[in-house]
Ligand binder design. Structure first.
Ligand code: AMP
Length: 290
């Protein structure tokens, strides 16, 4: 595995690989890698000649009061894991190389926004769009792998790729969970022990919603109420949102007669956690972007 820290070198390398007719699979991450990231890399390994992973904690997507400084980092461990997963090129650019000047272009999505995380993290997805556009130009992937855990990000990347004609196929990778159901996240290490103990209830709340839909409940308002009640009963977390929306368009639904995402975000002392499931109108899990 080759480690590339320089932006110009990454782009030159990708252009050489493309000229040689290689397909590139790309897994962008913010590091502190876990089995969720590994699952993206594994899928990339199967589908592409060359696997590129990036580690970049993008300051542009963090709000002023968010956890940019506290975001966990462990480069040596990440390098080891990426190697084990068969990554060919690990791109670890410096902030000063990615953003030598303040960005002169803003990217504002018109759709799939003003819901879910955008409400409490204004500007977050603009930062995501800028960094991914840059990374896509530098790495030039044929396939890009994104986790379903960050479903709104995935929906917005889907829009970015289609709207701006990036020649990339987007792959949605199912959420990898701890044995007790908690979605794996780099941020989980910043939970207190009590918070960590109760956090599996978040996934149980989503499973409760799933059961309701399987049993014939079609009214999203009733389900959202029950999920909120469950979270309040079994956790000390502050609910940011519980929402049921169409997927991937993320529009409001007043009746569950299509694919929907049931998504939640909660705030703990030092950590904000998100999780979701996507189901069809019968309550069966949906694992692919349609
Ligand atoms: P992050 O490092 O948190 O920015 O995540 C990098 C990529 O890994 C994103 O596409 C995430 O959606 C994905 N990812 C994060 N956690 C998980 C998980 N538990 N299961 C699957 N993918 C994940």
């Amino acid at each position: 595995m080759k480690i590339i820290r320089n932006v110009a070198e990454m782009q030159k390398q990708s252009m050489e690989l493309k000229r040689a007719g290689k397909t590139i699979g790309f897994t962008p991450t913010m590091g502190y890698l876990h089995e969720g990231h590994a699952s993206l890399m594994e899928q990339a390994r199967v589908e592409s000649d060359i696997v590129v992973a990036s580690i970049f904690v993008n300051p542009l997507q963090f709000g002023a009061n968010e956890d940019f400084d506290q975001y966990p980092r462990d480069e040596a461990r990440d390098i080891q894991l990426a190697k084990e997963k068969g990554v060919d090129y690990l791109f670890i650019p410096a902030v000063s190389d990615m953003y030598p000047n303040p960005t002169g272009i803003q990217m504002l999505p018109n759709q799939r926004i003003a819901v879910l995380c955008d409400r409490s993290r204004p500007g977050h997805f603009q930062g995501v769009l800028v960094v991914l556009s840059k990374l896509f130009h530098l790495v030039q992937p044929d396939y890009a792998y994104f986790g379903m855990k960050d479903a709104q990000q995935l929906a917005i990347v889907d829009l970015l790729i289609k709207d701006l004609n990036f020649p990339i196929q987007l792959r949605m990778v199912p959420t990898v969970r701890e044995e007790d159901g908690l979605a794996k996240s780099s941020r989980n290490v910043n939970l207190t022990s009590q918070e960590r103990a109760e956090a599996p209830h978040l996934y149980q709340a989503l499973q409760l919603a799933e059961t309701k839909i399987v049993d014939g409940e079609k009214n999203p308002v009733n389900i959202v109420d029950e999920v909120k009640q469950y979270i309040k009963t079994y956790t000390s977390a502050l609910i940011d949102y519980v929402e049921i929306l169409s997927f991937p368009n993320l529009t409001a639904v007043d009746w569950i007669d299509q694919d929907v995402i049931i998504a939640l975000a909660v705030q703990y002392q030092h950590v904000r956690l998100i999780d979701n499931i996507i189901v069809n109108k019968a309550g069966e899990r949906v694992h692919a972007l349609r």
